[in-house]
Write a protein of this length. Structure first.
Length: 1165
């Protein structure tokens, strides 16, 4: 991956879009101080993910955006893009398929920063991951800024270790370990939380159990309270029904009385309505009389008012006429004055027009003189400009000749330096080929050893696979036997539990040393029914001692061991064929009991079926024949088996006892099989472990052999590469030396030609300066004449403008006077019209009404007043009658209201009683009780006693406090939750162990990579140090035993010095030491490119030449961008990029390929 271009826009001083082409292995960035060279390094660090503003030489990250200058506005955003050529490269992961790789970063004023890879927006993390382990990561050693050399030499051991990790490419391992540790911490925290939750849940079990018991008590007392409440409700319902009956009777009586009073009130209401009608009619008559009186009175007042208004109007018309006559005289005088002023203004306008014509003729003459003077001045200036242009051309040609000569001299000096350097390299270079035979022989031996180990490892893998299969089979067999043991043990426990109940009952009735009969005999399960049927009377009996003494507490059910029953005279014969004596299927460990059983059961035979029993009984009628299912054929008849009698129970005991013995035998056999299987499984596991350890040892040896083989292959490839490189290097240097000799001769001839051309140009320039001075004098004279004509034209122009303004002002004054004259005439005409209107209004004005009309209306007013007085008397009489009827009706209404109140109270009492009855009915119905059955109990109930009982139960329930009714379900859910949490704890604990294993694996891989890198860096550091210093020794020493945590320390001793610390070196020696260390990192892990900012500043010429030569050598594998002021470093570069600042605060770049520029300029000379 090689850097091809850098694009900047709006970044610091690079405000314009700028492209820096990096199409050469060694590019030098040059320019004056402060022009923005170091901003290129800042841009590269910024686009690679730098987030610290101090690293950008800024206070905040927004300071990298162009902040404006004297002539430019601030930029809205900053962007930097790196474009890589990614041909035949696989180190960029998922981006390896792209031939061109673009990395871009954009920052806007609002603080939004975005990253882009090939036009796709990505995270900053993606950009960092892309360059991790390439020397361009967060702790990059491929970008050396100003002052960083001293910081590198004086760095702390931990900081140097970070550079070592970057060179080893283990930064991604660090990131993986950090992520794994974060997951581990999260898992540990989660596990702690789960364990705390588990402890909390387990502590809640006792509480939930207590709450469940409280809920059980609550349910019991609540049921009692519910029954008491229902009885109390029934009692209160009966009493409410009694109250309802009384309320209904009281309501009926109140309704009857209310109806009677309502009839009387209706009659009084009719009488009151008649009186009210008479009163209303009298009131209407009064209103009519009053209305007539008011109308006549209004007419009289109106006539008197009209007479007064006529007199007032006549006086006002006379006064207005006098005012209008005075105003008419004033306007006539104003009209005369305006007419005289208008005539004077018109005469002054005529004078201005005559002066205007004179000025126009003078101005035209001045314009012609001005044009003539301007034409002469332009001709003189054209001559001056032509001569100045010719002189500028000669200046540019002279500057070009001098530039070519200086360029040729610099090239000649550069070629001289290169020739000396090449000769020195050729003299000091040893091209003796390295001997490859020992390495080839060792490689062959290692390959044979690896093949042998691979065969042994394959055989070990086959053996491990077989042993693993055998181990799994043994484990499976052991698991199967253990499952059988668990099943058999369960069956044995169930049988022992069933028999233990009978044993416990026997132990309570008898002493433990006197077992019952069924406990002392053994019978096969198929004969248990037959034996139980025959020995039913004695199955739970115990054996007496030989002296006939019974155990304490035992009755007459005992059996004497030595008491053998006497045989009857009619002893039965021996059983026929196919029939066996019953005692033969019974076994016991007690000889006395066996004798007793033989004697007791000597005449009892056993058959398979009832048919066989009948056949056997025919042979011996006095024998007892028992079938296998427990039926008995006796001389007294057939006795079938009853499942519920004691014989069936005794048979069950015998069957269980026999089955228990059988299962116990099987359990013993299984235990032996398990022991054998465990021994076999342990043996298989041990053999598998031995084979596995053997395989691991072989794999470890194989890894060592493989690593050694890889190391030999690397050394062999390096030797071959060194040999080929040495041959190629010498041929290239010889060819380059021949080219430089030819170029030296050509440049020498070119410098001589440029000197001759410069002298000729200087002579031409002197002649041209004299002619230019004459032309400038003539141009100044013509310019003065033109300026004088221009001044005269400007004076006339000003006078013309003043006269035009005066003329315009007089014209406006005439217009205003004419408008004033028009207004005066209009106002005079208006006043004449108003005088005519006043005369007409005075002639038509009425003097007022006649006196006879007024007297007639006054007489009518007196008559109307008398009619009003009579109507008022009639209204008073009608009102008195109406008030009396009203008072009587109100008294009856009060009585009716009292009765209505009494009825309403009775009605409310009845409704309340009905609601009370309905309430108790609804309560009882909601409780779903049998009312008929409950009503029978009401007469025997005491309400106070029920209330007290209800209160007692309520207090008891309240005393229980809050009751968790879901305690039972919560307890079950809690148990399930505890089980689920326990499973989570187990899973997370296993995951935690896995994460710890991953961390150990990462540490192991990191440790191996760091150790290999440290050894390789030390070798390369020592070689580069010796190459730069011409000898001496240097190393990167670790400060601790554990390389993962140990720091690194630089130890450097130039030739002839035995300094104890690095601080005793000079500035140049420190710079060379830092350069050797950085280049050592490059030898191990070359970065895509390297940027060096004025690293050669403290170096002298000799060290600068070695420094430049080393860069030239390393440029074959890594691109170098070097910021420098040193001419020797510039001379070694393939391409120069100049950074200038012609406009203050704005940087621009100029690409210069000096050799190519000289070649292009030669034909133009």
């Amino acid at each position: 991956m090689r850097l091809s271009r850098i694009r900047l826009a709006g970044f610091k001083t690079f405000v314009e879009p700028t492209v820096i082409a990096v199409d050469a292995p060694f590019v030098a960035i040059v320019g004056p101080n402060g022009c923005g060279k170091s901003n290129v390094i800042d841009a590269v660090r910024w686009v690679l993910g730098e987030t610290r503003a101090s690293s950008m030489r800024a206070q905040t990250m927004s300071d990298v955006i162009f902040n404006g200058s004297a002539e430019r506005k601030p930029a809205a955003r900053a962007s930097v893009e790196l474009i890589f050529d990614n041909l035949n490269e696989a180190r960029v992961g998922a981006w390896a398929r792209f031939e061109t790789l673009s990395v871009k970063r954009i920052l806007t004023r609002d603080g939004e920063s975005s990253y882009w890879l090939n036009g796709q927006r990505v995270r900053r993390r993606d950009v960092l991951d892309l360059f991790l382990g390439t020397g361009l990561g967060p702790r990059a050693y491929a970008i050396i800024e100003q002052g960083m050399v001293n910081r590198l030499i004086e760095a702390k051991p931990e900081e140097l270790r970070h550079l070592l990790e970057e060179a080893a490419g283990v930064t991604r391992y660090r990131e993986r370990r950090k992520e794994t540790e974060a997951k581990l911490q999260e898992a540990e925290a989660h596990l702690a939380r789960l364990r705390d939750q588990l402890a909390t849940l387990r502590s809640n079990e006792a509480r939930l159990q207590a709450e469940a018991e409280t809920a059980k008590t609550w349910r019991k007392w609540t049921a009692q309270k519910t029954r008491t409440e229902r009885l109390l409700w029934a009692l209160r319902r009966v009493r409410a029904e009694q109250v309802l009956a009384a309320a209904r009777h009281a309501e009926t009586e109140a309704a009857a009385q209310l109806a009677k009073w309502r009839e009387q009130l209706a009659a009084l209401s009719q009488e009151r309505a008649a009186a009210q009608t008479a009163f209303q009619e009298a009131t209407q008559t009064l209103e009519a009389a009053q209305q007539n009186y008011y109308q006549i009175q209004a007419q009289v007042v109106e006539l008197r008012h009209q007479a007064q208004n006529a007199a007032i109007r006549q006086t006002a018309l006379a006064q207005e006429r006098e005012t209008i006559l005075a105003e008419r005289a004033r306007w006539a005088a104003e009209q005369t004055r305006v007419t005289e002023a208008l005539h004077a203004a018109q005469e002054e306008v005529a004078v201005c027009e005559a002066r205007w014509e004179e000025l126009l003729e003078a101005w035209d003459a001045a314009q012609e003189a001005l044009q003539a003077a301007e034409c002469v001045a332009q001709q003189k200036h054209a001559v001056e400009k032509r001569l100045q242009h010719e002189r500028d051309q000669l200046d540019r040609r002279l500057a070009q000749v001098r530039l070519h000569r200086q360029t040729a001299e610099r090239q000649q000096q550069k070629i001289f330096t290169q020739r000396a350097h090449l000769r020195q390299e050729l003299e000091s270079h040893d091209d003796a080929p390295a001997d490859l035979a020992p390495l080839l022989a060792e490689q062959t031996a290692v390959q044979e050893q690896r093949a042998r180990l691979e065969r042994a490892l394959a055989q070990s893998d086959v053996e491990c696979t077989a042993l693993d299969t055998e181990t799994r089979q043994a484990d499976e067999a052991l698991r199967s036997w253990r499952e059988q043991r668990a099943e058999v043990a369960g069956r044995v426990r169930s049988l022992e539990k069933a028999l233990s109940r009978h044993r416990n009952a026997a132990a309570k009735a008898h002493a433990a040393e006197n077992p019952e009969l069924w406990q002392q005999i053994d019978v096969a399960p198929e004969y248990a029914n037959a034996v139980a049927a025959a020995l039913t009377p004695w199955m739970q009996s115990i054996a007496a001692t030989p002296d006939g003494v019974l155990p304490k507490g035992v009755g007459s059910c005992a059996v004497r061991r030595d008491a053998v029953p006497e045989r009857t005279p009619n002893d039965p014969p021996k059983p026929p064929e196919g029939v066996v004596a019953l005692h033969s299927v019974i076994t016991t460990s007690d000889p006395a009991l066996a004798s007793w059983l033989r004697a007791k059961l000597d005449n009892v035979w056993l058959t398979e079926t009832l048919t066989a029993a009948i056949d056997a009984w025919v042979v011996a009628h006095h024998a007892i024949v028992v079938t296998r299912d427990g039926g008995q054929l006796t001389p007294w008849g057939w006795i079938p088996r009853n499942e519920s009698d004691s014989a069936a129970q005794e048979a069950t005991l015998l069957e269980q006892r026999a089955e228990l013995a059988e299962w116990q035998q099987r359990l013993v056999a299984i235990e032996k099989e398990i022991e054998s299987a465990e021994q076999h499984a342990a043996l298989c596991a041990e053999r598998y472990q031995i084979a596995r350890e053997k395989g691991e040892a072989l794999r470890a040896e194989q890894r060592q052999i493989t690593q050694h083989e890889q190391k030999l292959a690397l050394q062999l490839a390096q030797r071959k590469e060194q040999l080929a490189w040495a041959k190629r290097w010498r041929a290239e240097r010889l060819a380059r030396l021949a080219e430089l000799d030819a170029e030296w001769a050509r440049l020498h001839d070119e410098i001589a030609e440029r000197n001759d051309e410069e002298e000729a140009l200087l002579e031409q320039l002197a002649l041209l300066d004299e002619a230019l001075e004459r032309a400038r004098t003539e141009a100044r004279v013509a310019q003065s004449a033109w300026q004088e004509a221009q001044q005269n034209a400007r004076t006339l122009e000003h006078e013309k403008q003043a006269l035009a303004a005066q003329q315009q002002q007089m014209t406006r004054h005439c217009t205003l006077l004419a408008e004033s004259l028009t207004r005066t005439e209009t106002e005079r005409q208006r006043l004449e019209s108003r005088l005519a209107e006043l005369d007409r209004e005075a002639a038509a004005l009425d003097t007022g009404p006649a006196p006879e009309t007024v007297r007639t209306l006054e007489a009518q007013l007196d008559q109307a007043e008398q009619a009003v007085r009579g109507a008022r008397e009639a209204v008073k009489a009608a009102e008195a009658h109406f008030r009396a009827a009203e008072q009587q009706a109100q008294a009856h209404e009060q009585a009716r209201n009292a009765l209505e109140t009494a009825w309403q109270q009775a009605h409310d009492a009845r409704v309340a009683a009905e609601m009370e009855v309905a309430r108790w009915q609804e309560a009882l119905a909601a409780a779903e009780v049998d009312w008929d059955a409950l009503r029978v109990q009401v007469p025997h109930l005491d309400e106070q006693q029920l209330a007290n009982e209800l209160e007692r139960l309520t207090q008891a329930i309240d005393a229980l406090g809050p009751v968790n009714h879901a305690a039972f379900a919560a307890l079950e859910a809690l148990t399930q939750e505890i089980d689920a949490l326990q499973r989570q704890v187990d899973d997370i604990a296993a995951a935690e162990q896995t994460l710890r294993e991953a961390i150990r694996t990462i540490d192991k891989e990191t440790r191996e990579a760091l150790q290999q890198t440290h050894r390789a860096v030390n070798r390369a550091f020592s070689e580069r140090f010796s190459q730069l210093f011409g000898g001496g020794q240097a190393q990167l020493a670790l400060t601790g035993d554990e390389i993962l945590d140990a720091g690194a320390q630089i130890i450097a001793q130039p030739p002839g010095k035995k300094n104890g610390t690095i601080q005793l070196l000079s500035g140049g020696e420190k710079a060379l030491t830092a350069i050797a260390l950085v280049f050592a990192f490059f030898d191990l892990n070359p970065a895509p490119f390297c940027i060096l900012d004025e690293v050669d500043a403290p170096l002298d010429d000799a060290n600068t030449q070695r420094y430049a030569a080393l860069i030239r050598t390393m440029a074959e594998r890594t691109q170098f961008l070097v910021i420098t002021h040193n001419k020797l470093t510039m001379a070694a570069a393939d391409r120069l990029v100049g950074v200038t600042m012609r406009e203050q605060g704005v940087s621009r770049t100029v690409d210069v390929d000096v050799e190519r520029a000289v070649q292009l300029a030669q034909p133009a000379v």
